[in-house]
Write a protein that binds this ligand. Structure first.
Ligand code: CAA
Length: 379
C-alpha cells in the first residue's frame, strides 16, 4: 500500500495550486458577492485540460486517473468552490456518461468539444417533486416515429444556464418505475428548451443553478444514450463517480478552512499573545487536521477503487458524507477562530461555510449516502 502521489499526480497538484492562486483567488470574493460566472477562468481551466480529465485522449480528454481528478478538484475548491462544481459536473456527470455509455458518433459530436471547453454540459435529473426519490419523475418523452417529443420541468440544474448540452433523464414508458427512465443528449438550443431564472443561493454563488423547461421538444432517437430504459442505472452509476468529485470539493473547502485558521491564529494577537498560543484554538486546529486527513484517505480510497475497476459506490458515499460533514465543521470552526473578521465578506472566510453546506445536499444528501451504506451492510 502506497500513500504517496505519483509524479504525474504531484504535477497536477502543483499546476492546479498555481492556477488557483494566480487566476481564481484574486476576484473570488467579488464573483461570490456579485454572482459572476467565471467565464475566463473556466476557459483557462479547459486549456489546462481540467474539463475532461478522465476522458481518453482519443476523445479530447486528458486521460488521467480519478486520483489526479480528486487532487485537482481539491486545489480548485480550496480557492473557489463554484469553479470546482462547474468543473465537477462537466467531468464526472457529463463527460463520464459519454465516455462510458455513448456510442462513437455521439462521442465524436459531443465529447470532444466538451473536453476542450468549446461546450459545457449539465446533468438534469431532479424535478420539483423528485430529489432523493430520483426515479419519481414526470418529464415525459413520447415516441413519434424516429423522434421523441419531450415535455416537463426539471430543477436544481447546476450549469443549467451556461451549458450547451443537457444530459436529460426522463420517462419513456409510464407506470414501470425506474425501468421506464431513459437518458437523452439535448442540445440546449433545440426549439422548446428554455431556462428559468438563476436561483438565489446561500453558497457556490458564482456557479449557476436553474430550472429547465421542455415544451414539446423534438429529439432524434440518435440522441438516446444506451438503450431505452437504461437511464436510471446510468444516472445512479454516474452519481457514484460524481460523489467522489463532491467529496474532493468538500475536502478543498475543509483544507482552506484549516489553512486560513492556522494563518490567522498566528497573526491575531489578543491579551498580548497570538491566539494560537491558546489551547482552545490549538485543539480546534488539531481536530480539523485529523478529520481532514481521514476525509482525504476515504476520498482517495474511493478514487483508487474506481481506478482499479472495483465496486466503488459505497466507498464514494462514505467519502462524500464524511468529507462534506468535515467541510461543514471545519468552516464553522474557521469562522469561529476569525471572530468578527470571519463574519464579514471581505475575508472570504464566511464563504467557506456557505459553500460547504451544499456538499451535504447535492449529488445525494448525507441521508441518502447513509441509505446507500446501510443497504450494503444489510443486504
Ligand atoms: N449504479 C447502478 N445501478 C444502481 C445503483 C448504482 N449505484 N444503485 C441502484 N441501482 C439499480 C438497482 O440495482 C436497481 O436495479 P434492478 O431493479 O434492476 O435491480 C435499480 O437501480 C433501482 O434501485 P433501487 O431500488 O435501490 O432504487 P431506489 O429508488 O430505492 O433509489 C437511491 C436508490 C439510492 C435512493 C437513489 O434514488 C439515489 O441515489 N437518490 C439520490 C439522487 C441524487 O443523488 N440526486 C442528485 C441530483 S443530481 C445533482 O445534484 C447534480 C448537480 O447538479 C450537482
Amino acid at each position: 500500500m502506497k500513500f504517496e502521489l505519483t509524479q504525474e499526480q504531484k504535477m497536477i497538484k502543483d499546476m492546479t495550486q498555481k492556477f488557483a492562486s494566480e487566476e481564481l483567488a484574486p476576484e473570488s470574493v467579488k464573483r461570490d458577492v456579485e454572482k459572476i460566472w467565471p467565464h475566463e477562468q473556466i476557459k483557462k481551466m479547459s486549456e489546462l485540460g481540467l474539463m475532461g480529465m478522465m476522458v481518453d485522449s482519443k476523445w479530447g480528454g486528458t486521460n488521467m486517473d480519478t486520483i489526479s481528478y480528486v487532487v485537482a478538484m481539491e486545489e480548485i475548491a480550496k480557492v473557489d468552490a463554484s469553479a470546482a462544481v462547474i468543473m465537477s459536473v462537466n467531468n464526472s456527470l457529463v463527460c463520464y456518461i459519454f465516455q462510458k455509455y455513448a456510442n462513437d458518433r455521439q462521442k465524436k459530436k459531443y465529447l470532444v468539444p466538451l473536453c476542450r471547453g468549446e461546450r459545457l454540459g449539465c446533468f438534469s435529473l431532479s424535478e420539483p417533486q423528485s430529489g432523493s426519490d430520483a426515479s419519481n419523475m414526470n418529464v415525459y418523452a413520447k415516441k413519434e416515429g424516429d423522434n421523441f417529443i419531450i415535455s416537463g420541468t426539471k430543477n436544481w440544474v447546476t450549469n443549467g444556464i451556461q451549458s450547451d448540452v443537457i444530459m436529460l433523464f426522463c420517462v419513456t414508458e409510464k407506470n414501470i418505475g425506474h425501468k421506464g427512465i431513459s437518458c437523452f443528449i439535448i442540445d440546449k438550443d433545440t426549439p422548446g428548451v428554455s431556462v428559468g431564472k438563476a436561483e438565489e443561493k446561500l453558497g457556490i454563488r458564482s456557479s449557476d443553478t436553474c430550472e429547465l423547461y421542455f415544451d414539446q421538444v423534438s429529439v432524434s432517437k440518435d440522441n438516446l444514450v444506451g438503450e431505452l430504459g437504461d437511464g436510471f442505472k446510468i444516472a445512479l452509476s454516474t452519481l457514484d463517480g460524481g460523489r467522489i468529485g463532491i467529496a474532493a470539493q468538500a475536502l478543498g473547502i475543509a483544507q482552506a478552512s484549516l489553512e486560513n485558521s492556522i494563518y490567522y491564529s498566528k497573526e491575531r494577537k489578543q491579551f498580548g499573545k497570538p491566539i494560537s498560543a491558546n489551547q482552545s484554538i490549538q485543539f480546534k486546529l488539531a481536530d480539523m487536521a485529523m478529520q481532514i486527513e481521514a476525509a482525504r484517505l476515504l476520498t482517495y480510497k474511493a478514487a483508487w477503487k474506481k481506478d482499479s475497476n472495483m465496486n466503488f459506490g459505497v466507498s464514494a458515499s462514505m467519502a462524500k458524507v464524511f468529507a462534506s460533514e468535515v467541510a461543514m465543521q471545519s468552516s464553522n470552526q474557521c469562522v469561529q477562530i476569525h471572530g468578527g473578521y470571519g463574519y464579514i465578506k471581505e475575508t472570504g472566510v464566511e464563504r467557506l461555510m456557505r459553500d460547504a453546506k451544499i456538499t451535504q445536499i447535492y449529488e445525494g444528501t448525507s441521508e441518502i449516502q447513509r441509505v446507500v451504506i446501510a443497504r450494503d451492510l444489510l443486504k
